[in-house]
Write a protein that binds this ligand. Structure first.
Ligand code: WTA
Length: 632
């Protein structure tokens, strides 16, 4: 199937993908390099969770990302690296050069004893070696697990222990504006708690002093110089794991979402090319970090599978000034720009002068991802960045979905302010009411589910299929429950309204309230805590923590600081509470469950919408909480 180029073609493609799923995806998959074709396009269902895609096929991901393009696009730029410091030279890799680097890195991994099926953890800044390293894993059939460079040592070690990772790839440090983040130091602390980790490869970037443990740590560039040039691609089964990526849920520790090879590959390319409509000479830039799923699918796999040029940005949007994004757009003649609402809001707040200094004339398509985009931010983006000529692809998806699920196709299907609009071909969304009944007809408002599996869907939680079933498939049996609420307008277009579970979307990063509570509860003076989200002008949602203590702290501000530091230490700065309120109790039901609904309303300042509190075990505490909130 060729690219979808009109509304009529979209409608036809969606219908075919629903009516004849087998043919739709079978035809699409023909374009890839297969060592052996599939026996069956798909099988299994959402009740048994035994779904599979392209069963029986053999392939290699890196070969499809790189080797497949060498004959026709060997000299085309595959990757552009824009460093943190605008004065540093830009690095460019053609498809040929990237192929060479990936082969080398694959051999470095092999030389370190990495075998097919091993999990390789990455804890790095946004440097080319991160992208090269993960693709190199796929070349030898190792499974990558990227941990965002902003996470703490505890968060990193938890993830390495869960994955039983034997090897960690890190940097000495990473640049963030004027700061150097000492990644190796944090990595050392984490590795000290992980008996399975036998080697650490350190890629030099910032040149800060680091400790190198002899027999365990090696410099990447030393290993690189010793490694052979060529590495034959390993033949993988279609359902072999490609990567795991940890993400927060409403309960417990982060879950390692498992993505497999052939289905994810089809989904990454299909969604990338149809949503963004990138043409041969276009310049595509996604500002995400490879530590999150957006950086996996839309900096790395989607663009490379499509033979596009992808820009990787190491820096921050506000340094040297708040015009950095726009300066980079002009510098590289960016045509496609994909970012998050939180960045748009932050830059909007800095004033238009940072935008108008730059031309932005090459932009054709804008994208947004990670959280609902409010109307004001959408309009600002459309008017000031896109100059009212660029469609905005509002792309709703999740780590679990592997790629974009609901979005307009840029310039092909219409956009609508703050609406993700239509499902992609292959996606059958539904809205479900509180009783679990699917709401038919429009308009509608409910919880967002997906009724059938699709190629890029997560295959489970690493090592915990029970939890997988419990989290996504028990609320509405037979359907995948996304954890998001959504509305459908009179024309059936979707607008995502945000999480309906205990996940807070802070600046587009998923934070489980349970994780923050666990961290707070580790303080010796904390008896109990409850964490909720509240609307935050820039971050979308902020973190509001209610804390009960054994005794009233002498210095409340110092105590709150201690708590915030504890959360930073145990999870990372992204989970730091924005507001902490001390309380003598928490509103509870007679069975002892915390009434989060009430806490949420108080945090939102909607004290008149608390509903009936008379059935609470301790209704009196509500007045105290309302009073306390006024002083925060
Ligand atoms: C939210 C990021 C509204 C949503 C790709 C989802 C969005 C969570 C959008 C997944 C969007 C993502 N509009 N909300 N366009 N995109 N979300 O796993 O709540 O980091 O469930 O994946 O982000 O976050 P994750």
């Amino acid at each position: 199937m060729s690219r979808i180029r009109s509304m009529a073609e979209y409608e036809k493609a969606h219908k075919e993908s629903m009516d004849n799923q087998e043919k739709f995806w079978g035809d699409y998959a023909e374009q890839f390099t297969w060592h052996k074709k599939w026996d069956k396009v798909y099988s299994g269902d959402l009740n048994k969770l035994d779904y599979k895609w392209f069963e029986g096929a053999k392939l290699n991901m890196s070969e499809n990302c790189l080797d497949r393009h060498l004959a026709t696009k060997g000299d085309k730029t595959a990757l552009i690296f824009e460093a943190n410091d605008p004065k540093e030279d830009v690095k460019r890799y053609t498809y040929k050069e990237l192929h060479h680097e990936v082969n080398k890195f694959a051999n470095v991994l092999k030389d370190q004893g990495v075998k097919k099926g091993d999990i390789v953890t990455f804890y790095m800044g946004m440097v080319p070696e991160l992208l090269i390293g993960i693709v190199a894993c796929t070349r030898i059939g190792a499974i990558h697990s990227v941990v965002f460079g902003g996470f703490s040592a505890v968060a990193l070690s938890d993830r390495m222990i869960d994955a039983e990772s034997k090897i960690l790839i890190t940097n000495d440090g990473s640049y963030r504006g004027t700061k150097i983040i000492p990644l190796k130091e944090t990595a050392d602390e984490a590795v000290a708690k992980c008996p399975t980790v036998k080697s650490v490869i350190v890629c030099k970037r910032t040149g800060n002093d680091v400790n190198m443990a002899s027999g365990r740590d090696v410099w990447y560039h030393d290993a690189y110089n010793k490694a052979a040039d060529n590495c034959a691609p390993e033949s993988m089964d279609s359902e072999d794991p490609l990567f795991i990526l940890y993400t927060s849920g409403s309960t417990g520790k982060p879950k390692g979402q498992v993505h497999t090879t052939a289905g994810y590959m089809n989904w990454a390319k299909f969604t990338f090319e149809n949503v963004f409509q990138v043409e041969e000479n276009d310049m595509y830039w996604c500002t995400a970090d490879i530590g999150w799923v957006t950086g996996h699918t839309y900096i790395t796999y989607g663009p490379l599978l499509s033979g596009a040029t992808t820009i990787m940005f190491e820096g921050v949007p506000t340094w040297p000034d708040a015009g950095r994004f726009w300066e980079v757009c002009d510098k590289h003649k960016v045509t496609h720009f994909y970012t998050a609402p939180t960045a748009i809001r932050a830059l909007q707040a800095q004033g238009l002068e940072h935008v108008t200094k730059h031309s932005l004339a090459t932009l054709k398509v804008l994208g947004t991802v990670g959280e609902p985009i409010n109307e004001e931010a959408w309009e600002w983006y459309y008017k000031n960045i896109g100059k009212e000529k660029c469609p905005i692809a509002d792309t709703w998806w999740q780590t679990e979905t592997g790629g974009i699920m609901i979005s307009n196709l840029a310039g092909v299907t219409p956009h609508k302010t703050s609406f993700a609009t239509r499902p992609l071909p292959g996606v059958e969304p539904s809205l479900v009411d509180a009783d679990g009944k699917e709401i038919k007809g429009n308009p509608a408002d409910g919880n967002l589910c997906i009724n059938r599996h699709w190629p890029g869907m997560t295959r489970g939680i690493w090592g915990d299929m029970d939890r997988f079933r419990q989290t996504y498939f028990t609320t509405y049996p037979g359907k995948y429950f996304t954890g998001d609420g959504a509305k459908r307008d009179e024309n059936g277009l979707y607008r995502i309204t945000g999480r309906v579970d205990d996940v807070i979307n802070v600046s587009g990063h998923r934070i489980g309230t349970a994780e923050v509570e666990d961290a707070l509860n580790q303080h010796e003076k904390v008896v109990e805590s409850a964490v909720v989200g509240y609307p935050h002008e820039i971050k979308g949602a902020g973190i509001y923590a209610y804390v009960i203590c054994t005794e009233k702290p002498a210095d409340i501000n110092a105590f709150k600081k201690e708590l915030a530091q504890l959360v930073t230490k145990l999870i990372g700065p992204i989970a730091r509470p924005d507001k902490i309120q001390m309380s003598s109790g928490l509103p509870k039901t007679r069975s002892g469950k915390i009434m989060r609904r009430i806490l949420r309303k108080v945090a939102e300042g909607e004290n008149d919408k608390l509903g009936d509190i008379s059935t609470l075990l301790n209704p009196d505490v509500v007045a105290e909480i309302i009073e306390g909130a006024k002083k925060i």
